[in-house]
Ligand binder design. Structure first.
Ligand code: GMT
Length: 376
């Protein structure tokens, strides 16, 4: 198939998933055309069957905001025609689903019937999508998609509860590339961060408020008092300065390492003993899945789709949002109990296997066939 994939090119979960999906599909022989404003962050190597089309929303003195959605829809039309696309798959509803509706309508006038698959990722529904400023367009464009998928049962339910839908939603869980996200021990690297055999605890995110990275630091503060440990903070975002300030205030700057945005997250997870994800919202928690796949148990909140990924008492522990005390106690229990830790690591890989590329990618192919059939 020739598939146009529209996504955010950033380090956010939806962009990562869309990029990994495109790469996996290309390896399975499909021709993939990424359509976005910048080369996707995870697309660093050259891959056969993958093409990248940049969207340029040119500026003009009249515009306070360059009309990206219009430029995107125009680019989708152009590529659909000239690359002879079979299907458009848009990730994150805003503004990709409405741009796809516009592109589809224009193409219809030219007697080209192109199926649109929309994948909902989370904040496009739970946060931004519910904003009155966007809701009518989000609801309309979801209903206009030929097939809609969501990354968890929880997100499906939330979408159905929040919008008046006339279309069904297929749940296709996020996945990881099992060949990339696997534990590869690297003692030299581990020793360079934890020279005295300290435990390594890690967290990855875009450092937005809803990720509650301050809770990660507070949890670590309690753990550190009982168990020699180091904290790796991977990623960057709006909260970074205040988090650095918090580390200074509690006097743990030498134990908490800010690594910024990293490409080889799997290497950092491979030297980690525990992962913390205390978010306020999380439709799935791709970062938690990446940790489990590298045999790292997860201490997390129990919101949204997280319980579908992290199983309480098996692959980690779940607590109410903001319950720093309980999360810290659970982390200490696990770190101090080697037998439990060993079992959780085994459970972690088993659970991650159910979200492997080989299990999930064919589900997208099936959905594409369904969308094509519906449009015939
Ligand atoms: O988590 C973020 O802030 C990024 C966001 C995105 O859309 O890029 O992530 C969402 O999509 C990910 C991939 O499907 C999910 O794993 C995340 O749980 C989801 N984030 C939220 O729901 C907050």
């Amino acid at each position: 198939m020739k598939i146009g994939i529209v996504c955010y090119p950033t380090y956010g979960g939806s962009g990562v998933l869309a990029t990994e999906l495109g790469i996996a599909l290309a390896h399975r022989g499909h021709q993939i055309h990424f359509i976005t404003y910048k080369k996707p962050a995870r697309l660093f190597d050259f891959h056969k069957n993958i093409y990248f089309h940049e969207v340029n929303s040119s500026d003009y003195p009249l515009f306070e905001y360059a009309p990206y959605e219009t430029a995107l829809a125009s680019r989708m039309v152009d590529i659909a025609i000239h690359e002879n696309l079979d299907l458009l798959h848009v990730h994150y509803a805003i503004p990709h689903a409405s741009a796809a509706f516009m592109a589809k309508s224009i193409l219809k006038q030219k007697n080209i019937n192109i199926p649109v698959v929309t994948t909902l990722h989370g904040t496009d529904i739970t946060l931004v999508g519910l904003d009155r400023a966007y809701l009518p367009v989000v609801e309309f464009s979801i209903n206009q998609s030929d097939v809609v998928t969501s990354v968890s049962e929880s997100l499906k339910k939330q979408t159905q509860d929040s919008f008046e839908l006339t279309t069904d939603i297929d749940v296709i869980y996020n996945f990881i590339d099992e060949n990339k996200f696997k534990r590869v021990e690297d003692l030299d690297f581990k020793n360079s961060i934890a020279p005295n055999g300290e435990f390594i605890i890690s967290h990855t995110s875009n450092f937005r408020k809803l990720k509650r990275v301050d809770d990660v630091i507070r949890i670590f503060e309690e753990v550190y008092r009982k168990v020699p440990s180091k904290l790796l903070l991977i990623g960057d975002g709006p909260e970074r300065s205040s988090l650095e300030e918090l580390c200074r205030t509690i006097g743990l700057c030498d134990e908490i390492i800010f690594l910024g945005k990293q490409d080889a997250v799997e290497r950092l997870l491979s030297i980690s003993d525990l992962f913390i994800l205390p978010s306020t919202h999380e439709s799935f928690g791709l970062a938690a899945l990446e940790a489990l796949a590298t045999e790292v148990p997860v201490i997390s909140s129990n919101v949204g789709g997280i319980p579908e990924v992290n199983v309480h008492g098996e692959t980690g522990f779940l607590s109410d949002v903001g319950n720093v005390k309980e999360m810290a106690t659970n982390a200490i229990t696990l770190l101090q109990d080697p037998k439990m830790m060993k079992q959780f690591k085994i459970n972690a890989i088993k659970k991650a296997d159910t979200f492997s590329k080989k299990v999930i990618v064919p589900q997208y192919e099936a959905v594409y066939q369904k969308a094509i059939k519906l449009c015939k």
